[in-house]
Write a protein that binds this ligand. Structure first.
Ligand SMILES: NC(=O)c1ccc[n+]([C@@H]2O[C@H](COP(=O)([O-])OP(=O)(O)OC[C@H]3O[C@@H](n4cnc5c(N)ncnc54)[C@H](O)[C@@H]3O)[C@@H](O)[C@H]2O)c1
Length: 295
């Protein structure tokens, strides 16, 4: 996509973290931006913050767990700004299933994680793509996955991110096959300094797990520390913007993980026993790298 000024973008999960960074970066291109999020207070604050810089933005309270809510988001965005050109399906959560074996994870955890991280993205594609195809102007769809969608062993979160990565790959193939003017990217970050370890704040009542005793506060604390020393959302947004301009599909903003990726795919091709990394291997990520790159 080449022309941004005066065009319209919709970003889900835009009240915080990577989504806010994306909304801000696209608004800086003089795009109209619709910020969508389930957290109303944070959304209002984010919209006001961007309006202070005279950006043309609105906020639409949206719960991507609910298909109708995502359809309403499309209607609201389309009524306000007309044609939509960029869709960032970014809203996501990180459920903490503690030390449970994958066979022990409750249905509520599966429903919440796959509901937001996979179905939320699917609903976005279903609500916006027919319109983006019909108006025929240049467009782009960004799906926020994770390196957990390419590496093994990240539990329910990893399952949801593998699923959404495959969804984005299929979307890309289908767009290319139809020779449409809509590009696609899938964002696979490592650690980014956001509020994702506090995802429980957005878990709906009916998907809460009765017995929270098995959540692992130590693992959560360790993740919070790793995220704090990760990249900033504004750095990720800059890389995503470049990928939209150059129509790059796989966005891998953390080269510090390249060896892990290479080793993982080599292990698969070795046809030998595959041992996914465990939380205990995480200690390595606290050691600063010589090249200054962040995990
Ligand atoms: N932070 C990281 O290190 C990291 C790494 C890889 C991938 N990601 C992915 O980045 C995306 C953004 O997460 P983040 O790290 O910025 O976290 P964040 O918690 O700071 O932001 C996520 C936003 O999504 C919103 N959200 C949650 N549930 C929602 C729902 N049902 N409907 C609408 N909005 C909802 C939250 O209110 C929040 O504003 C997620 O998909 C996440 O999986 C993050």
């Amino acid at each position: 996509m080449h022309d941004f000024e005066g065009k319209t973008a919709v970003v889900t999960g835009a009240a915080s973290g990577i989504g806010y960074g994306l909304a801000e970066r696209l608004a800086q291109e003089k795009m109209q931006v619709v910020l969508a999020d389930v957290e109303e207070e944070a959304l209002d604050k984010a919209v006001k913050q961007l309006q202070q810089y005279q950006h043309r933005v609105i906020g639409v309270k949206t719960d991507v767990l609910i298909q109708e809510s995502v359809s309403d988001l499309f209607t609201r965005a389309n009524d306000e700004y007309g044609n939509i050109h960029i869709l960032c399906n970014n809203a996501g959560i990180g459920a903490n299933s503690g030390n449970k074996g994958i066979w022990e994870v409750e249905k509520e955890d599966w429903d919440w994680t796959l509901g937001v991280n996979f179905y939320g993205v699917l609903y976005g594609i279903q609500a916006f793509l027919p319109h983006m195809i019909e108006h025929g102007e240049e467009g782009h769809v960004v799906t926020t996955a994770s390196l957990a969608g390419l590496l093994a062993g990240a539990g329910t979160y990893g399952v949801s991110k593998h699923a959404v990565l495959a969804l984005a790959e299929s979307l890309n193939r289908d767009l290319v096959a139809r020779n449409l003017k809509i590009g696609a990217s899938v964002l696979c970050p490592g650690f980014v300094n956001t509020n994702i370890t506090d995802s429980e704040r957005n878990r709906p009542q009916h998907l809460r797990v009765e017995d929270q005793t098995e959540t692992d506060p130590q693992a959560l604390e360790m993740f919070s520390l790793l995220l704090k020393q990760g990249k900033e959302p504004s750095e990720i947004a800059e890389i995503v913007f470049k990928a939209i301009k150059e129509n790059v599909f796989y966005i891998l903003p953390h080269p510090a993980w390249d060896d892990n990726l290479r080793n993982h795919f080599e292990e698969i091709l070795s046809r030998k026993e595959l041992v996914p990394p465990s939380m205990n291997d995480m200690a390595d990520f606290f050691k600063p790298r010589e090249d200054g790159e962040k995990y």
